[in-house]
Design a protein around this ligand. Sequence first.
Ligand SMILES: Cc1ncc(COP(=O)(O)O)c(C=O)c1O
Length: 385
Amino acid sequence: MRKDKLLMTPGPTVIPPRVLEVMSRQIIHHRTAEFEAAFYEVEENLKYVFQTGNPVLILASSGTGAMEAAIANFFSPGDRVLVVSIGAFGDRFAEIAKAFSLNVEKLSFEWGQAADAERIKEVLDSDVKHEIKAVIITHNETSTGVTNDIEAVAKLTRDTDRLLIVDAVSSMGGLDLKTDLWGVDVVVTGSQKCLMAPPGLAFVSVSEKAWKAYENSTLPKFYWDLKKYKRGLLKELSENPPYTPAISLIMGQAEALRMIKEEGLEKVYERHKKLALATQAGVKALGLELFAREDVSSYIITAVKGPAGIDMGQLVKTMNIKYDIMITGGQKHLKGKIFRIGHCGYVDIFDVVKTFSALEKVLLELGYDMDLGVSVEAVQRSYFG
Ligand SMILES: Cc1ncc(COP(=O)(O)O)c(C=O)c1O
């Protein structure tokens, strides 16, 4: 008898049974009191998770749709923006900005490293004509397993008229991101990672400063016109949300957010941290190396350098086909060079233990020399102390 796949990936992640149960119910209509109650509950709990008092807009798309909305709503063609990239998703934000005819200045850091706020400051300081309208950056770079220090970057934009736009697709609800306190203007995320719901919903928070920029933006927007979502939410339109929402997903997301609230954000962050440190301990016990610099290695996903002579594709495939555990390989030029273990969302220590137990077995099968049990022990020692 096969079991459900254990998704130790950076999204989609395992859906809690409570959420599955809610989503399996017959659909309700969205112009009803029942849906309205669920919608505003999601809204309130998103504000809690985003740590913001501003409305969080609920879109029907994957995270990339919200990234596009974050460009289309606050700029005009030719506007200059600084996109900071430390991997594939930073690169994606730059591509979206270019697709919308922005004048993109890109500051890239070596994959595996975090962005250096000092270097960002230098670029901003050298912009004497004050043309750069925004800094755009990834919070947790899923392709390399590195987390950026958003608080440090926010200090550079907070008291200026520049916007700070953050891709928190893989971090929201797993890593601390104090949207209002740090002064982050636009934060985007998706439902399918730390927020423990299926893919298909995206969320965007927008600061007052960003709404002012919205008023000057001339880029075309219709479905992604965020003001419509805001006005709907504030009941300034005859209908909220403005278009047919992804009803079943919203009902599921409501349940998942209840779970996060019950656990409490601080505990959720602590769990992610402890699971990441246990994963790092397991990796080292196997004699393997982290891809990311250790001090910036993500608490969401751990990227591991593939051992010499072991086929990464085979490793990932065997974990999946033979042991029903999904991990992922590298993206872009890291394909075949690293593998990545996600530990975000509905994950506990025994999921990590099980993953390392299978990983040891697969590594041995593929000819890697190690003692059975070393990483399982290290994972548990790290977690249980
Ligand atoms: C950091 C980051 N940004 C953006 C995305 C894109 O999100 P989606 O695949 O939901 O469009 C992802 C997805 O993996 C991500 O991890």
